[in-house]
Design a protein around this ligand. Structure first.
Ligand code: MG
Length: 170
């Protein structure tokens, strides 16, 4: 913990986040809070929104607050089927109480399927609304695995994100 220290307007912190989830049949495919038409979905204890998880971890990392598993353990039945956007909102509330605001977030989702291009704009706008920033402060990029590894074989989807926080005046 950081004790009594509070960030001032001159303070900036960056954090990174990474997550991956398995692709399975019979589950919804939710990315950045947006449901995407897909014959396969993401498997997990929560709604398995891999992008929201990576962004949440990036924000937690920037604030030195551990990781998403520390805050929302997947052994806790309370988070079964959880809406990951709500978990992100909870973390945002926490970092704001500590004197941080989101400067910007950038992200890349790595998936062989489904095709994410058509959904990128909707995801960007949804995340901007949740993060309380303009859409130009949220990057949502899509990449493929070029046939390599678990992503390339279509077994799962990965996401990575960075977040920059700025201190608000005390
Ligand atoms: Mg996850």
């Amino acid at each position: 913990m950081t004790g009594e220290w509070r960030p001032g307007p001159q303070d900036r912190r960056v954090g990174i986040g990474w997550d991956s989830h398995r692709l399975v049949e019979g589950r919804d495919f939710i990315l950045g809070g947006v449901k995407i038409e897909s014959p396969v979905g993401l498997h997990g204890h929560s709604d398995a929104d891999v992008l929201s998880h990576a962004i949440t971890d990036a924000i937690l990392g920037a604030a030195g607050l551990g990781d998403i598993g520390d805050h929302f353990p997947d052994t806790d039945a309370a988070y079964k089927g959880a809406d990951s956007i709500q978990l992100l909102r909870t973390v945002l509330e926490h970092v704001r109480e500590l004197g941080w605001e989101i400067d910007n977030v950038d992200s890349t989702v790595v998936a062989e399927r489904p095709k994410l291009g058509p959904a990128k704009r909707a995801i960007q706008e949804r995340l901007a609304e949740v993060l309380g920033v303009p859409a130009h402060a949220v990057g949502v990029k899509a990449s493929t695995g070029e046939g390599l590894g678990f992503v390339g074989r279509g077994e799962g989807v990965a996401a990575l994100a960075v977040a920059q926080l700025r201190g608000t005046s005390a």
